[in-house]
Ligand binder design. Structure first.
Ligand code: FAD
Length: 439
């Protein structure tokens, strides 16, 4: 009996419990629903996704299907074509992911079929890590201890690349994968073939991981794992990563595990508080604190285009525009600058990141923005305001990162700082005080 594997954020053969379940009784009919989902909002992400699916299709004898349309329609159609009673898929925990899986389950049910959710894109499913009394952890550190204690399964076996039934496609992946800036980008760094992703991770474990604990905050040294892109598309599962870090141990491995714990914490927070995707969990400022009007729009555009006159901010924003990624330290600095120097709401920056990031992940983006803005669960306090000049001196001491992205930084063509950081910091702190008094 054929089952359907609904491909979601998990275009991979390694460590994929939903796929293994679908293959249990014979070849699986695998299909991806090419809808207006998050990745299709951005040409860059669409291209990367198309390449990831293309790679999966190549690895499975060319039979994986990609169908245009909402998942409820596309998945039901494939289930009918293959007379499949059961569709297997990984469980998502974001508001949009839950909506999609509820809609697919409902469409299948009225047709006498069933959706079975197996596994998630996390080591521990969001909602599972709880205190002794069953309530959620609100603070990251105890969450991360409990998360480690909860533990996770060892990676599942590799799926059978020959165990697929042919599904016809109506999306031209070659065309979808052709996107100008994605070509340079992918050539530069981001692997889209699963075997290359896994090989790059193995190389990292054997090499640069050793530098991670001491150099991870340095945008000039490029010593982080670059896992966020394959994790966002599901070409590697965090269990696979955690199995490797457990095997090597040591300070660097431990540190990387802790960053993955942030990924799981944010997914957990969004699962429990779906409104956190758009609204501040704990608003810090009064509503009238935010800049509005034409001046605010101009300030936003200067930030977006890397013309603020603060070299580290501009380097980060230009790196983002050119490559779709930005170093974590610099993401924190540019986000703090938008909220606390330009007095623009975090949602505005988050929505630009949503268009620009190759590693866009809804929970990670929205909740990291809330972390910087001081409005999230266990966020940095609002009064922690990054100084873009001293951050640059500390984390890019030889200015290699800045000079790479802002070639004209030392010439008259480079703009003067658009604001006085000390003065804007004082405004932000005064707003915070007003916000506290108002509550
Ligand atoms: P490494 O330092 O090698 O970390 C390994 C993995 O740990 C990462 O791939 C990621 O999965 C996880 N991780 C690391 N830092 C964080 C963090 N702060 N929060 C959650 N997980 C983390 N990450 C995304 O994957 N998608 C996003 O859309 C995203 N938006 C962000 C927006 C802002 C404003 C900020 C401050 C951070 C954002 N991050 C996001 C987190 C982080 O910047 C990236 O995960 C990291 O830079 C990716 O590079 P790397 O894979 O080399 O990270």
């Amino acid at each position: 009996m054929t089952s359907v594997w609904w491909i979601r954020r998990d275009a991979r053969l390694a460590d994929n419990p939903a796929l293994l379940a679908a293959q249990e009784d014979g070849p699986a009919a695998a299909v991806f629903a090419w809808s207006r989902g998050v990745h299709l909002w951005s040409g860059r992400r669409r291209a990367h996704l198309a390449r990831a699916l293309w790679s999966l299709r190549e690895d499975t004898g060319g039979v994986v299907g990609v169908r245009r349309g909402d998942p409820a329609d596309a998945i039901l159609a494939v289930a009918r074509e293959h007379d499949a009673r059961t569709v297997f898929a990984a469980r998502e925990a974001s508001p949009a992911g839950i909506r999609a899986q509820d809609a697919v389950a409902a469409a299948l049910e009225v047709d006498g079929r069933e959706l079975r959710l197996v596994g998630t894109p996390y080591a521990v499913a969001p909602g599972r890590v709880v205190k002794g009394d069953g309530t959620e952890y609100k603070v990251f550190t105890p969450f991360s201890h409990a998360w480690r204690e909860h533990g996770w399964h060892a990676p599942a076996e590799h799926a059978d690349p020959g165990g697929f039934a042919r599904v016809e496609s109506d999306v031209d992946l070659d065309q979808a994968a052709a996107h100008g800036d994605a070509d340079d980008l992918l050539a530069e760094r981001h692997e889209f073939r699963e075997e290359r992703v896994l090989a790059a991770w193995d190389d990292y474990v054997a090499g640069d991981l050793a530098r991670y604990a001491t150099e991870r905050d340095r945008p000039d040294l490029d010593s982080t794992s670059h896992l966020s892109v394959p994790l966002a598309y599901g070409q590697i599962h965090p269990r696979t990563v955690l199995a490797a870090t457990a095997a090597v141990r040591g300070e660097a491995a431990r540190r990387l595990e802790s960053e993955l714990a942030w990924r799981e914490f944010h997914a957990d927070v969004l699962f429990r508080h779906p409104s956190a995707q758009h609204e501040s969990l704990t608003p810090a400022l009064p509503d009238d604190a935010w800049a509005t009007g034409a001046e605010a729009d101009e300030a936003f555009m200067a930030w977006r285009d890397g013309r603020t006159g603060f070299p580290l901010v501009d380097a980060g924003m230009r790196q983002l525009a050119a490559t779709g990624t930005m170093h974590n330290r610099v993401r924190m600095v540019v986000a703090s600058f938008l909220v606390k120097d330009l007095h623009l709401p975090w949602q505005r920056g988050a929505s630009y990141f949503r268009r620009a990031l190759l590693d866009y992940d809804h929970a990670q983006n929205q909740l990291n923005w809330q972390w910087v803005a001081g409005t999230g669960r266990d966020a940095a306090p609002f009064f922690r305001i990054f100084n873009p000049t001293s951050q640059a001196e500390r984390y890019d001491p030889e200015r290699r990162y800045v000079e790479r992205w802002v070639a004209e930084v030392d010439t008259p063509a480079y703009p003067a700082p658009m604001v006085d950081h000390a003065a804007e910091r004082a405004v932000a702190l005064a707003d915070l005080k007003r916000g506290k008094e108002a509550r």
